[in-house]
Design a protein around this ligand. Sequence first.
Ligand code: GLN
Length: 203
Amino acid sequence: MAGSPRVGVLALQGDVREHAALLSGLGADVALVRRPEELPTVDGLVIPGGESSVIDKLSRTFGMQRPIRDAIGSGLPVYGTCAGMILLADAVLDGIDGQESFGGMDIDVRRNAFGRQNDSFETELDVPALGAPPVHATFIRAPVVDRVGAGVHVLASLADGTVVAVEQGALLGTSFHPEVDGETRFHERFLDRAREFRAAREG
Ligand code: GLN
């Protein structure tokens, strides 16, 4: 497909700028999305890292929860990093009281799963779907995927088997933050999905 896809970054809280800069660098037309009426203008949406309980609350305050759920249901490609992956999970473990998610991915995600010693760490991750070289992955108070449903592909796990990157249809989630390391391959994969979505929409 010719032309660059128009993609949104959900701009309620979190590392919005890092995602926007990376996506612009890849040639995408980037919109910061805060209102329901902005959603139909994009061919994909990134949910940034940050604090999932805050993004959840703000999305409800701004009337975005239902529209985002509907968009996910209609096949909009979405990439969630860290807090963003928590928001894509059908079930959130260790959430704050009343915490909700958008859902869409048949996974259970556990917040802040690494404890104090490993609050933040970096590691090299083998991601077969992305090929060589390995991904330099930065984890910051990161969640892990505790349960993976039948239709979900595991893209990456830590050496001990802990699942940290998943894909289900047009939905992509990583426990870590490629956007802070200049790692572009997950975003390129997301942009491929966004191009496909636009092509299907245009018929
Ligand atoms: N611990 C955060 C949460 O629960 C996620 C941290 C992050 O996005 N880097 O939302």
